[in-house]
Design a protein around this ligand. Sequence first.
Ligand SMILES: [Zn+2]
Length: 469
Amino acid sequence: MEKNCDILIKGGTVFDGSGTPGVAADVAVEGKLITAVGDLADWTAREIVDVAGKAVAPGFIDAHTHDDLAVIEQPELRYKVCQGVTTVVVGNCGLSPAPLGPRQEDIAPFTIFRGKDASPGGAPRYPTFGAYLDGIKHAQPWVHVVTLVGHNTLRAAVMDDLFRPANGDEISAMQAHVEEAMSAGADGFSTGLAYPPGLPAPTEEVIALAEVTASHGGIYCTHMRDEGLGLLDSIDETLDIGRRAKLSVVISHHKCSGKVAWGLSKQTLPRIDEGAKTQEVHFDLYPYTASSTGLMADWVEEAERVMIAGSEPVPEAAGRDLAELAAEWGCTVPEAVERLHPARAIYFKMDEADLERILAHPRCMIGSDGLPGDRHPHPRLWGTFPRVLGRYVRERGVIDLATAVHKMTGLTARVFGLERRGILAPGNIADVVVFDPETVIDRADYENPVRLPDGIERVIIGGEVRYEH
Ligand SMILES: [Zn+2]
């Protein structure tokens, strides 16, 4: 065997992504691939990196993102790569930039694509999913991109009125778009049934589209209809869709939203386990007790506190408290919402106990749900992965390090069917992150959300060193 390689990562503790405990091992990278893992004391390399005391893991896979346009407009994706992320799943919550439709303009949640980096008038501007995938190829993003086609986008593409169920012709037209997307290379289908344009869709409409997805071996990811008091019904609906359309399902950003729903994870997790006896079901989570999406009056009501992440007519409102703004303006909160629209917000409305219970569950993957377009983004955009490793592994001991890495790598790769990623082993793509388990931590917070994390030392993507800190 050739005992030579491009990059030799020596002396670290390798967490291979399978969930098994770390072992002392060296890692050899040659070209785009990992060529050897083990005691490589007698190897030579173009570059030898000494990582004694550090952890070496497969590049992290962000199971839930809205980086759809960012991977094209800022291909280096700094806010993710600095966390060790080397693969992102886009097209979540029923929102994808293709196929193009005339109806997205000002309706939440489409406004999440309208940040400083989005095109004027909203993002979806690719006539077909194939055109969007070509756009990604052309941009050559540093990270690997896994794509979903979004139900809300599909509805906007074929329906003149989004606030009713689709009729037979419209369902056929959406099925044709799903067929096109999956044939072009999409990995699955997503819904955002909690949002105004998704909510009117009956379960049957979703199943009709999920069936086309299933015929291509795709996955179904869902921002469920209700994450509050109706959470258990929503889980039942999700499991029903997966069973009847015969495909693997992912519950997006699993949470118990609003004080009335706190503690419901004690019931949701057993319900999911019950489903998992007969079907494939997983979920993702971001490690924060505030959510973030378009600013909507109904959603404001169930939050303890609301912070503005970005507003088009009032850019200086970013980072401000909504109630304070309303007081300053001498108006009601709904009037302030009106004045700020289109806008995005951070909603404080979850409980730490639910978060930790969900995180600890073996079917839980890590997904940031970060919104890259905002002037004052939710800190999850820059902090999710280091926060899990620092706060929830080292400080709080909710899960151990090998398990945390698994939830960011091997588990996610398996759920999304990603070949040669997620496990650090010879023959796999050389996506590798080196971090210091003693210091890794997020530094982005609600007040200062744009900050590099600590402790992520080196990120290699497809054999290229893309980040050093
Ligand atoms: Zn969502």
